[in-house]
Design a protein around this ligand. Structure first.
Ligand SMILES: Cc1cc2nc3c(=O)[nH]c(=O)nc-3n(C[C@H](O)[C@H](O)[C@H](O)COP(=O)(O)O)c2cc1C
Length: 178
């Protein structure tokens, strides 16, 4: 699967087969996340691989939209080391790039995933902190359950040419170009 096909066919997956994810596959997925862009190349991202079912169940209970964590064999906690960053305002953007790289790589390798948001919702971040998985200087950003998909999701129509403008927001892109 090439990059464009991966971008166009990835969908959030919330049902997984019970089989574990091969550590070699996880390694490749995390390798992709480590290659994302970051502000000033500061690379604040850190990743916690969580495959303890008890911890996954606990995290599912602590979040209003994360029951998928009870059904996945493994989840990645994307977090950031935020001490002494040159561009401290940008760590969430950096982590977002890493999160999506991870999800896209997973899809390209036949795995399913979902982005479970934590940052910037303080209650969700506090609940995650309450699980005692992170030291105080590390900020939680998102959870990404991963596994072999047990569902097929429809491809939505995401074509919105009218959302794309030309030179100025007031000018549709593509008009007058035949
Ligand atoms: C910042 C962010 C937070 C999200 N949080 C959740 C979440 O808490 N629970 C969940 O099931 N999906 C969550 N999602 C996934 C979205 O629901 C999903 O991406 C969206 O419905 C579009 O579907 P698609 O991923 O199949 O294109 C989140 C996605 C993003 C980008």
């Amino acid at each position: 699967m090439d990059a464009l096909e991966a971008l166009l066919t990835r969908r959030s997956i919330r049902a997984f087969r019970s089989e574990p994810v091969d550590p070699a596959l996880l390694h490749r997925v995390l390798g992709a996340a480590l290659h994302g862009p970051s502000a000033g190349n500061q690379q604040p991202w850190r990743f916690v691989v969580i495959d303890d079912p008890q911890i996954l169940r606990l995290l599912a209970l602590d979040h209003p939209h994360a029951s998928v964590l009870k059904a996945c064999p493994v989840a990645i906690l994307v977090c950031a080391e935020t001490v002494d960053l040159h561009h401290p305002d940008h760590w969430p953007s950096d982590c977002a790039a890493a999160t999506f790289s991870l999800m896209l790589a997973a899809h390209a390798l036949g795995l399913g995933s979902t982005w479970i948001g934590l940052h910037p919702q303080q209650d969700r971040m506090a609940a995650l902190r309450g699980a005692g998985l992170l030291p105080p200087e590390v900020e939680p950003f998102a959870l990404v359950p991963l596994g072999h998909p047990a569902e097929r999701t429809d491809q939505p129509d995401r074509e919105h040419p009218e959302w794309i403008r030309h030179n100025t927001y007031l000018q549709p892109w593509g008009s007058g170009q035949g």
